[in-house]
Ligand binder design. Structure first.
Ligand SMILES: [Zn+2]
Length: 403
């Protein structure tokens, strides 16, 4: 529309005299109240406070004792492009610093998934599990740096036997497998999750009764461009290395299907698929996998933000799979970088509130801005029977511990 055309159109809707007083460019400008309020608000500065008048239930202690099956008390000290290298370990907190919070929050057992391998594993066990065998459980990890050496398959299977003898109770797989580990460890093509060189490792875990806690893939949004349509824009903007968009990364679906082939090929091995089967956004898909693979269980760590924004779907999921869902947080002492994982009272209270109450529209992480996406969550109000299973019974059965 040219100038005259627009003038005629404005006249026809009776807006000409209003618009006519303004410079032509102002017709599409923001209303004057906003102009006087100053600059446009930056997304990062937006911290809206809910005006809802709804119940706020404080849950300082859970209704039943808890086994937190997903924590990180130690980590391999050295890494090369996301691949843990060597036996030296780093510790996030001394054992004595953990016990008071565990007692306050009724956490009977914490499972340190990233216990390392070889001498590192032995040290991690000495630090936590040995002095407090009823409170700490340790998992071992594969020797990623040896995966391209001849004889790796047998070596790794033997290492699982050694780790078991040293006191490890399970095996942890980080998303290293599928997203970081390459044929040349940090370079070359990515190693596939269902690569046959790991078959002996999966089988050995099965024969020793060691569950495999496996994290493959990541939220769906991490595989999309970090742009204005990405629902986790701020999170990816804060952690650009979490984006697996482009490059030679497989798709989220390819990673999940490769994992499924591993589950199918090793039916006697118990897999605890972390982060709600690594696809908490798609519970129908996770449910299908649970139906297909009786050796699959899931854990909740760092995904109540996903479950709690679809409380009706999530509640049905809990009802149907109540014997195969385990409590976990992915907590890391001093993990202030990612508030959804920081090991403190507030984090556990949010998990307890989410599982036990029917509270509406509350924060899923102790942070001024929701760190995994700008939404809030709704409690599931689970009945006692399900709560008990999720809090500790399912984990106690899998880990063969008594509570
Ligand atoms: Zn984790």
């Amino acid at each position: 529309m040219n100038r005259t055309g627009r003038r005629r159109w404005l006249e026809s809707i009776g807006a000409f005299f209003v618009a006519g007083r303004l410079p032509t460019t102002s017709i599409t400008s923001p209303p004057s109240e906003l102009e006087s309020a100053g600059k446009p608000l930056q997304l990062a500065d937006f911290q809206p406070r809910s005006m809802l008048h709804v119940p706020e239930t404080k849950v300082p202690r859970p209704r039943y004792p808890v086994i937190d099956i997903h924590t990180h008390l130690s980590v391999t000290a050295k890494s090369d492009n996301g691949v843990g290298i060597g036996e030296a370990m780093k510790y996030f907190a001394p054992v004595e610093a953990l016990l008071p919070l565990m007692d306050r929050k009724n956490i009977r057992v914490m499972v340190n998934l990233t216990g390392g391998a070889g001498k590192g594993l032995e040290e991690a066990i000495r630090k936590f599990q040995q002095p407090y065998p009823e409170r700490f459980v340790t998992f071992t990890e594969p020797w990623w740096e040896r995966t391209n050496q001849p004889g790796y398959s047998q070596f790794q299977a033997d290492e699982i036997v050694r780790a078991h003898a040293a006191g490890a109770r399970g095996l942890k797989i980080l998303k290293t497998l599928g997203l970081y580990l390459r044929e040349g460890i940090s370079k070359g093509p990515l190693v596939k999750i269902d690569d046959p060189r790991f078959d002996a490792m999966w089988e050995t875990c099965g024969s020793l009764g060691m569950p495999v806690a496996i994290h493959v893939s990541d939220p769906e949004a991490f595989f999309l461009p970090t742009d204005r349509f990405n629902e986790r824009f701020e999170e990816l903007n804060n952690h650009p290395d979490w984006s697996f968009y482009g490059g030679d990364f497989p798709s989220n679906a390819e990673l999940l299907e490769a994992r499924n082939r591993v589950l199918a090929r090793h039916p006697k091995t118990q897999f605890l698929v972390l982060h709600v089967g690594n696809n908490a956004e798609n519970l129908p898909y996770v449910g299908e996998c649970m139906d297909r693979f009786p050796n699959m269980r899931v854990e909740l760590g760092a995904r109540i933000g996903e479950l709690g924004r679809q409380p009706r779907m999530a509640r049905k999921f809990f009802e149907r799979y109540q014997d195969r869902i385990l409590f976990g947080t992915d907590a890391v002492p001093h993990g202030t970088d990612t508030p959804q994982q920081v090991f403190d009272d507030e984090l556990y209270e949010i998990y307890y509130r989410f599982l036990e109450t029917e509270d509406e529209y509350f924060d899923y992480a102790p942070a001024p801005v929701p760190p995994q996406g700008r939404w809030r969550i709704y409690g599931l109000g689970l009945p006692d029977g399900i709560l008990k299973k999720v809090y500790y019974e399912n984990a106690a059965q899998l880990l063969r511990v008594k509570i």
